[in-house]
Design a binder for this molecule. Sequence first.
Ligand SMILES: [Zn+2]
Ligand SMILES: [Zn+2]
Length: 553
Amino acid sequence: MNKQHKRYIFIGAAWPYANAPLHLGHIASLLPADIIARYYRLKGDNVLFVSGSDCHGTPIVLAAEKEKKSPDEIAQFYHKEFKKTLIDSFDFSYDNYTTTLTENHTKVVQEFFTKLYKKKDIEIKKQKLPFCSNCQRFLPDRYIEGKCPKCGFESARGDQCDQCGQMLDPEDLIDPKCQICNSTPIFKETEHFFLKLSQKEKFIKDLVNSSSGWRKNAIGFTNKLLNEGLKDRAITRDTSWGVDIPLGGYENKKIYVWFDAVCGYYSASLEALNKTDELGKYWENSEARHYYVHGKDNIPFHTIIWPIMLKGFGNLKLPDYIVSSEYLTLENKQFSKSRDWAIWAKDITCDFDSDYLRFYLILNGPETSDSDFDFYDFQSRINSELIGNFGNFINRTTQLIEKNFKNGIEINQKSQYLQTIEEIFESTGKLIEEGNLREALKQVLKIAEDGNKYLSQQEPWKKIKDHPQSAQNILANCAKAIICLQTLISPFLPKSSQKIANIFDNNNRSTWQYPDQEKFLVKKTEIIFQKIEKEQIEAQITKLKGGTENKQV
Ligand SMILES: [Zn+2]
Ligand SMILES: [Zn+2]
């Protein structure tokens, strides 16, 4: 690709919250970011894929109080664990995975705050907030819980309902309770800083209407909030854990964790690029492409709050693609830490290859609607679609070549089969760019399916003795298809792609285009995938159900 045509692709994956381990639902919502990043790198574009651990906010303070540790210790502990899980176990290829605890990040958050305050996008307002007379303190966010007025969820927080995603004010909660002592709070007047969403309705409306890369749920949820009318949101809290307000006289208050966390997309970019002029090529360049990848509960922060902040800061690039997943359930129930109903991301990769999980989470993931992780379905789809189809095509072909053509093979006539693959690079690439990852993966799997059919029709094993030229040509066509598959599958299954490369000693191939290569040598065949046995699934189910029983004691 011509250097001048390299695009600038920014990919921001949601910042996991550092107060509890990650479960498979988190992985499902973040995985599209890694696939998109890997794809664009293969295309030869400039990619900046960032995220980090979200380390401020009341849930971390509450967890720290419970465990008699400091909030910093809790946050650092989970940050380390997240890095191991996301990068080492699930192969997420971040260009920078950082935290909201860095000095650089604090500076960026304060700069956003100051700029927006000067522009009057932020203003001070008096507000009545829940105050616990027993604990003698204000109760921000998770310090107060009650019933959600929208959906009736019993444990909605003071800022948001985790079940329906509704942004809330503490006054909206029905029957609110202090989470420290369980008494009913009173409402007392105090001062806070507000982000003036109400005066930005037109800006957000125009942004939604002009968006072409937002998922349906992002457009729908944003329009719903617009129809209800945007309300100004308090962006400071009465807490001791968070970024300081960069104005004198507010020492007991901190900047709200959500205002803080979204700034991470910019601060992590700055940290990664180290103040070079590259930063502007991503953030002040209308030609750059910006992706935001997260679960649907994060939609309003990426489609309303962050765009308003970006504009207020001084016309930074607005989101082009909102890749917002629906929810993943587990055996038809919601993932739940308190009920211990979860597949913990760090545990499951000890039992299964992470490529299996990546494969299943894309093929049966919450891309367009809520989806369910069912262990037997997982086993069946891995064994049939990944191994029985994809792996089998590679095995059949490479074993025949290794056994019969030790000095390598060459295409002397291109088959119809290869002709169809030539076009796949473009169409699959387009699907990935649009965030349609399931369809993209299905196209790739179709190549292996067609390859198996081609082999069965052509029966090269019967021709080896009497028509070796013909057998060679058939297998060479299949080998080329496998070389294509090595590239096409690599954003989805990076480890398996590497294994295919090892079979052919083909480590140099790393561009997203139909290759010129016509000669192939099998260096050493390797069984890429191992079937999942029934016993492995039964063990998982016992572990899962055992977990809930223990918890109910
Ligand atoms: Zn709700
Ligand atoms: Zn209390």
